[in-house]
Design a protein around this ligand. Structure first.
Ligand SMILES: [Fe+2]
Ligand SMILES: [Fe+2]
Length: 471
């Protein structure tokens, strides 16, 4: 097991103290990271004590140590999951060769691109969420927001460590750029579109952590299979933190739906908005919006890049080693509905070229099980409403369906037909304004906003009424 140095300026389990050059480079990056955190991290609350989880180890209970921390004092560190002895490249053309501890020269550029693209999402989400503290529905939710934020900051550290340690001067430049781009900025936007979308209300936040962080789970899980061992170990540990982010999103949407159903029942005309809540249709529209944007994150359905990543052993399928018995993915096809002259025509695609779609389908299956659960929650409150996911072709901006128009069931329609339905399928400015109007901060322990139900239990065995943030 790797030794933990928690007293170091940068807590780590990678023997940073033995590599003075690397240590110095990262210690020079650290104050710039903290400047970024002050400028682009959560607005307000930086001097408040927040009940946060900090990793002080990677196994057992150590990775989840709870205490009051001021966010700028959070111990952002570099933690890799323990090395698997004699690990081999588990798939692709190099299958069975020893996993690489150094970057193979021929894959240097692609690997850097993969790491930068993953790394860019981490600070982006912090930037997108930076104003949400001002409208939190409870201290419990405020604390969860900050937990997600500090851990996304740690994920940035994880990627910057790989860039500094394995990619020389280019890697150091990329690490600077990761602090220079800004979510939603016209001139220097973040790399992926979903990470430039505004996330200024809590329904969006919960949809984001449900759908975008879940994309993160699938990306990290496929990179955790990588033949480049430091990347695999980094991603394996990030996945343990990611689980809480998805929990926040999944249960957040569930709590809104429960409350929405209750308020729908309560209102004589069945209108949750009259009761100051969020109507179920609006929740569905936000699900449509974020789900479709997050599907874009998987890349094009047909992609030679995806084939190259797989063939090279850099990025596997979801749980490649556990779920598949065959790891070459040669001489196999995936049938895809390809748009041709306004119609959909089935075409068989070489499996390696369809690897983005394979991962996206696993993601969609994962989302479906949550949606089924949510519908049961609504129906248990006595309201006849089914939450659904739109077709994977609906409202896409990237890939073979990007820029084309499909209805919620995935049937091709004209641009005019789509525009005529837009306000029914996707959040309108009025919807967003309404959400902002009802989202007033609730900052007393045990209190909660009217538009959301309280959680079933608190964090780390504490009550919901626990003082998660101290004023
Ligand atoms: Fe992350
Ligand atoms: Fe996350």
């Amino acid at each position: 097991m790797s030794a933990f140095d928690l007293q170091a300026k940068i807590p780590n389990n990678v023997n940073l103290g033995d590599d003075r050059r690397l240590q110095r480079a990262l210690e020079q990056w650290q104050p710039r990271y903290l400047d970024w955190w002050q400028e682009m991290g959560p607005e307000g609350y930086q001097t408040k004590d927040v009940y946060l989880r900090t990793a002080i180890g990677v196994s057992g209970d150590d990775w989840a140590h709870y205490d009051y921390v001021k966010m700028p004092d959070y111990r952002w560190g570099i933690f890799l999951a323990d090395q698997v002895p004699d690990r081999k490249v588990p798939f692709g053309d190099h299958m069975g060769e020893p996993a690489w501890q150094e970057v193979p020269g021929e894959y240097r550029n692609v690997l850097r691109r993969i790491i930068v693209t993953q790394g860019d999402t981490e600070p982006a989400s912090v930037e997108q969420q930076r104003l949400l503290g001002q409208t939190a529905p409870s201290l419990y939710d405020l604390r969860n927001l900050f937990q997600v934020n500090v851990e996304e900051g740690r994920h940035l550290w994880a990627m910057v460590y790989l860039l500094h340690n394995h990619f020389g001067a280019e890697g150091r430049d990329e690490a600077e750029e990761l602090l220079a781009r800004r979510a939603g900025d016209q001139d220097k936007p973040r790399i992926l579109d979903a990470f430039n979308q505004p996330c200024n209300d809590w329904l969006s936040f919960f949809c984001f952590t449900m759908f975008a962080d879940r994309d993160g789970k699938f990306q990290l899980a496929s990179l955790a299979q990588s033949g480049f061992d430091p990347l695999a170990r980094t991603c394996r540990f990030m996945l343990t933190e990611e689980a809480h982010h998805m929990f926040v999103g999944d249960t957040g949407i569930e709590r809104i739906l429960r409350r929405s159903a209750q308020l729908t029942k309560l209102d004589p005309s069945g209108d949750a908005r009259v009761q100051g809540g969020i109507d179920l249709n609006t929740v569905q529209k936000f699900i449509n919006f974020w789900f479709s944007y997050c599907l874009d994150l998987f890349g094009s359905e047909v992609s030679s890049n995806a084939a190259d990543f797989f063939g090279a052993g850099l990025k596997g399928r979801f749980d490649e080693e556990k779920r598949f018995s065959e790891h070459l993915a040669l001489d196999q096809k995936l049938t895809l509905a390809m748009p041709k002259n306004g119609k959909l025509v089935n075409e068989d695609i070489e499996l390696r070229n369809a690897m983005n779609e394979v991962l996206r389908q696993d993601y969609i299956d994962d989302c479906k099980s949550a949606v089924r659960r949510w519908s049961k929650v609504v129906q248990a409150e006595g309201v006849d409403f089914e939450v659904t996911l739109p077709s994977g072709r609906f409202h896409r901006h990237q890939g073979i369906y990007g820029g084309l128009h499909f209805d919620r069931d995935g049937e091709p329609i004209s641009a005019e037909q789509f525009e005529a339905m837009r306000a029914e399928w996707l959040p309108t400015d009025a919807d967003r304004a309404y959400l902002r109007s009802i989202m007033q901060p609730v900052m007393a322990p045990g209190q909660i906003a009217n538009w959301i139900a309280p959680p079933k239990k608190g964090i780390n065995g504490q009550d919901f009424a626990f003082e998660y943030v101290r004023f």
